[in-house]
Write a protein that binds this ligand. Structure first.
Ligand code: TIU
Length: 222
């Protein structure tokens, strides 16, 4: 693997793939399928399906290239001891975090809904970061893993663009990582937030990072 220049907004990014990790954010049944947390919040979960194919494509490319692949999941312990009451006590009590749903207790680790969708199932040697918050760095060992591997650039994909993807990119940017967000491999329940979320990352000379596409990265890898 070598260094490549990836076409991106606001300008091309030079990427050393040996020091790059693919981070797939929260592609969980709870967000993508009916009956989970996303639906409990009142969203049309079918809007997130668009990100699955591009995530599959970049996941295959990253595996082929021997890149570090990291998956994240948002969720909480069954006793909710890691869930802030301010996060839990919102909305209809029957549909809150920890309540019983068709895919098990909503947003609880170990429940079927907390799983990553089968199309993007992690391999045994791919780290899965279980996070209690929206950002993948908050109260996790992600930063330690990346530094131990000498990672300097993150290819970021997943859901939702303006919530967990954005929070993670902001956290990573402040920690000194270059984030290349693959716009087609991200999705939101609000298409307008997806578009604006991507624009916010690349605005002001790349205030949070760079935005590109799955196709551009796969072309650079081939
Ligand atoms: N609600 C929403 O858009 N997202 C989340 O609650 N979590 C993630 O984005 N993963």
């Amino acid at each position: 693997m070598s260094r490549s220049e990836i076409p991106a907004q606001p300008f091309p990014l030079s990427v050393d793939f040996a020091r790059t990790a693919l981070v797939i954010i929260d592609m969980q049944r709870d967000f993508l399928e009916p009956g989970g947390f996303g639906a409990a919040l009142g969203n049309d979960v079918s809007l997130l399906a668009a990100a699955v194919g591009p995530c599959q494509a970049i996941l295959a490319g990253a595996r082929e290239a021997g890149m570090l692949v990291i998956h994240t999941r948002e969720g909480h312990r069954p006793d909710l001891s890691d869930a802030p009451p301010a996060k839990v006590l919102r909305g209809d009590p029957k549909q809150r975090i920890g309540a019983a749903g068709p895919m098990g207790r909503i947003l609880i680790r170990g429940e079927p809904g907390h799983d990553i969708v089968p199309a993007l199932a992690p391999l045994a040697d791919e780290p899965v970061i279980d996070k209690p918050g929206k950002g993948a760095f908050y109260q996790t060992d992600l930063d330690l893993m990346l530094r131990n591997r000498g990672i300097e650039t993150l290819l970021v994909t997943g859901v939702t663009t303006e919530v967990c993807v954005h929070t993670t990119v902001r956290e990573a940017n402040d920690r000194g990582y270059r984030c290349l967000v693959l716009g087609d491999a991200c999705a939101s329940y609000f298409p307008e937030f997806h578009e604006v979320g991507l624009a916010m990352i690349a605005a002001q000379g790349g205030i949070f990072g760079w935005v590109s596409t799955t196709g551009e990265v796969l072309a650079a890898l081939s």
